[in-house]
Design a protein. Sequence first.
Length: 80
Amino acid sequence: MKLWILVLGGMLVLARVGAAEVNCKQVKKYLDTGRSVQDVAETMVISEADVKNCQEKLSAEAAQKGEGEKKGDAAAGQGH
């Protein structure tokens, strides 16, 4: 009986870990308010590594968006 409880508990933990998906938009909102990585991780019940991964992902997306806007501005200026 105890073995089955342990097996079931282990399966639930693995299912939770596999299904966990971090909401990077929410992480960004918390970080934008001045909270630390550790505080955001504790608040959202995720690891600090997950918070840092979101930071990197958001930075990369912002850089790509900035490059796209620069290219768009240059192309728009050529028509005149």
